[in-house]
Design a protein around this ligand. Structure first.
Ligand code: HEM
Ligand code: HEM
Length: 127
């Protein structure tokens, strides 16, 4: 996967700034847990969508590729639909909402101005 690294596109990534030293250990831990939860949701939301659709007997599209159902039809699609359409979605609305509000609070109220750069990073394109 080396060819996908930022360097191969002529992009130099800056060093990631450290978290503000005034952050309490409890807040660092909470932020870390929220990031793990976001990674898991980014993985499981599309997977549960594919499982739900397969169990219902429909095909799915992944960009231009047609994916046949990979499971035999079953009423279990209702359970996966509950996860895909409701539980995981409300969880991501809540966690992502808190993540964004928390980041904005650190930037504008606490004036920890380097924090946002931890997500966006500063890139220098040298083509
Ligand atoms: C990041 C990826 C995805 C997100 C954020 C997402 C989000 C959602 C949301 C919010 C709904 C509920 C919409 C509503 O009730 O009006 C939904 C429904 C649905 N999703 Fe996804 N989805 C994703 C990926 C997928 C994938 C990969 C598939 C299938 C391979 C899929 C299949 C479906 C289907 C068929 C429905 C309609 C279910 C029904 O109304 O019975 N989704 N999705
Ligand atoms: C307005 C939108 C957003 C803002 C202002 C924002 C802000 C930030 C900030 C400041 C960090 C660094 C926090 C830290 O390292 O302690 C961060 C990390 C992160 N953000 Fe966001 N974010 C936004 C949207 C999103 C979205 C849409 C997702 C994905 C669904 C996301 C997922 C993550 C993850 C997974 C990390 C942790 C990265 C790592 O350290 O591995 N963020 N975000």
């Amino acid at each position: 996967m080396g060819f996908l690294s930022p360097g191969s596109f002529g992009i130099k990534k800056s060093k990631r700034p450290d978290l503000d030293s005034s952050l309490k250990p409890k807040d660092r831990k909470m932020a870390h847990l929220a990031h793990i939860a976001l990674y898991m949701l980014m993985f499981f939301i599309p997977i549960t969508g594919y499982i739900m659709t397969s169990l219902h007997g429909y095909l799915s599209w992944f960009f231009i590729w047609e994916l046949k159902p990979f499971l035999s039809e079953s009423e279990a699609y209702k359970f996966w639909g509950l996860l895909h359409k409701y539980l995981l979605q409300y969880l991501i609305y809540f966690i992502l909402g808190s993540h964004i509000l928390g980041a904005l609070k650190h930037q504008f109220i606490d004036k920890h101005t380097k924090e946002l750069k931890r997500m966006v990073s500063e890139v220098t394109v040298y083509l």
